[in-house]
Design a protein around this ligand. Structure first.
Ligand SMILES: *Cc1c(COP(=O)(O)O)cnc(C)c1O
Length: 398
C-alpha cells in the first residue's frame, strides 16, 4: 500500500513539501535574534489570516492543539462560575461546552439540530433576556467539522449588538481559518482559535489564538486557574521577540512559510479555491443520489462535507474500507451522526485533481459495499464543474 496518497480527513491536512522542509530545522538558540526573525513574520502573517487590525490586539502561538487553544481562550478571559452562552450542534461545539464545564463555568446551552448552524435567533433572544448581563461570553463554532456546517458569525455579532450585550465573542475557527473567509475585526470577534494542522497545512502542535484589545484587557480580571497557558506570561516574552519557555521553533518556521504561501496565493484566491473544490464535492454527492448533512446551502462548509449514508448502510464502513483496501483516509461520523455519515475533508493543500482521486476512491468503496451509487457518476459531475470553473478562473487571471 502506498503512503503517498493524499488524506481526505478534515485535519490534519496534506502538507506541502516546502512546509515540511521549513519544519525541519537545525537546533537554534531560541533566545537569539534569529528566533525573532522567524517568529515576528509568522505572527504578522497570522494577523492577516485572522482578519485582525494590523496594530491592535494580539496573536499568540502556543505549543498545543486547537483544544488547548479553547482552554487558553476561556481560562484567560473568564472566572469560576461565569456564565457563557453556547450552541450545541455537533461534536466540536459539544466538546467546547464540556471543557467549559470542566473548568466550573455555568454554560447556558442552546440546542440546534446537527446539520444546522449556530441558532442565531435563539442566541439573540437569550442575550436579550439576560438584562443583568450575567452572560460573560458567547461561544461559537464557525465551522462544525462533525457535520460540515458553517455558522454565520457576522450574523451572531449583529444579534449581540441588537441585544446591546457586552459579552465577549469567542470563536472556534480551527477548521475554517486559512480556508474560509474569517474576519476578526469585521465580525467583532474577541478570541479566535485555530490550530496548525488544518488550514495552515502544518503538523499538529500549535494552537493559534487571536485576541481583540478587549480580550487582552479581560485577562487581568479573569480568575480561572491557569499557569502554563497564562497568556500574560506569553505577552511579556513576545514584547522581547521571544518566548517565556522553549518554543517549537521548527513548527513556527513552518508557520512563517505557511502564511507566506497563503499570502502568495492571495487569501481571496485561497477561499475561492476551497469553495470550488467543495462545490465539486457537493455536485458529486448529488450525482450519487445522496445528500449532505448540512441542512441548507447557506450552511454548507467549504472545508468538509459529511455525506449521509443511505438507509440500511453505515458510513463508517466506507472509511474502514478506504483505509484497508485503497490506503486512503476519510473521516468517520462523530457523536450523534456516528455511522450515519462519512466525511470528506477538503481543506488545506488541495487541487481539483487530488479531489477527483478522493471522489473516485469513495465511489469504489461505496460500490464495493453495495451502496446504490453508480461508480463514475460523482467524479463526472465534479469533472464537469471543475472544467467549467477552472476556465473561468484562467480567464479572470488573464
Ligand atoms: C480539529 C478541531 C478542533 C480541535 O482539535 P485538536 O485536535 O485539539 O487540534 C476544534 N474545533 C474544531 C471545529 C475542529 O475541527
Amino acid at each position: 500500500m502506498s503512503f503517498q496518497n493524499p488524506v481526505f480527513i478534515p485535519g490534519p491536512t496534506n502538507m506541502p513539501e516546502v512546509i515540511r522542509k521549513a519544519c525541519d530545522m537545525p537546533t537554534i538558540d531560541h533566545r537569539s535574534p534569529l528566533f525573532a526573525r522567524i517568529f515576528r513574520p509568522a505572527l504578522a502573517g497570522v494577523r492577516e489570516v485572522l482578519g485582525m487590525d494590523p496594530a491592535a490586539g494580539e496573536v499568540l502561538i502556543l505549543p498545543a492543539t486547537g483544544t488547548g487553544g479553547w482552554e487558553a481562550a476561556i481560562t484567560n478571559t473568564l472566572s469560576p462560575g461565569d456564565r457563557v452562552l453556547a450552541a450545541r450542534h455537533g461534536m466540536f461545539s459539544q466538546r467546547w461546552i464540556d471543557l467549559c464545564r470542566a473548568h466550573g463555568l455555568d454554560v447556558q446551552v442552546i440546542e440546534a439540530p446537527w446539520g444546522e448552524g449556530c441558532p442565531i435567533h435563539a442566541m439573540g433572544e437569550a442575550l436579550a433576556a439576560d438584562t443583568g448581563h450575567r452572560i460573560r461570553a458567547v461561544l461559537a463554532t464557525h465551522n462544525e467539522t462533525a457535520t460540515g456546517v458553517r455558522s454565520d458569525i457576522a450574523g451572531l455579532r449583529t444579534a449581540m449588538d441588537a441585544a446591546r450585550h457586552p459579552a465577549l465573542l469567542l470563536v472556534d475557527g480551527v477548521s475554517s481559518i486559512g480556508s474560509m473567509p474569517f474576519e476578526m475585526v469585521d465580525w467583532g470577534i474577541d478570541v479566535a482559535v485555530a490550530g496548525s494542522q488544518k488550514g495552515f497545512m502544518l503538523p499538529a502542535g500549535l494552537a493559534i489564538l487571536g485576541l481583540s484589545p478587549r480580550a487582552v484587557r479581560a485577562m487581568d480580571g479573569a480568575n480561572l486557574r491557569r499557569a502554563y497557558f497564562d497568556l500574560r506570561d506569553m505577552l511579556k516574552g513576545y514584547a522581547a521577540g521571544s518566548y517565556p519557555y522553549t518554543p517549537p521553533v521548527g513548527l513556527i518556521n513552518g508557520l512563517a512559510t505557511s502564511v507566506d504561501m497563503l499570502r502568495d496565493e492571495g487569501l481571496g484566491n485561497v477561499y475561492a479555491r476551497h469553495h470550488r473544490i467543495a462545490e465539486g464535492v457537493r455536485r458529486a454527492v448529488a450525482a450519487w443520489g445522496l445528500r449532505v448533512c448540512a441542512a441548507r446551502p447557506a450552511v454548507q462548509s467549504d472545508t468538509v462535507t459529511a455525506v449521509v449514508a443511505p438507509e440500511g448502510f453505515n458510513g463508517t464502513d466506507v472509511v474502514t474500507l478506504a483505509a484497508s483496501k485503497y490506503g486512503v483516509a476519510f473521516g468517520v461520523g462523530l457523536g450523534e451522526v456516528a455511522g450515519k455519515v462519512f466525511r470528506i475533508g477538503h481543506l488545506g493543500s488541495l487541487t481539483d485533481v487530488m479531489m477527483l482521486s478522493g471522489l473516485a476512491t469513495a465511489e469504489m468503496c461505496m460500490a464495493d459495499l453495495g451502496w446504490p451509487v453508480a461508480p463514475g457518476s460523482g467524479v463526472a459531475a465534479a469533472q464537469e464543474y471543475y472544467r467549467a470553473t477552472a476556465l473561468e478562473e484562467a480567464r479572470a487571471a488573464a
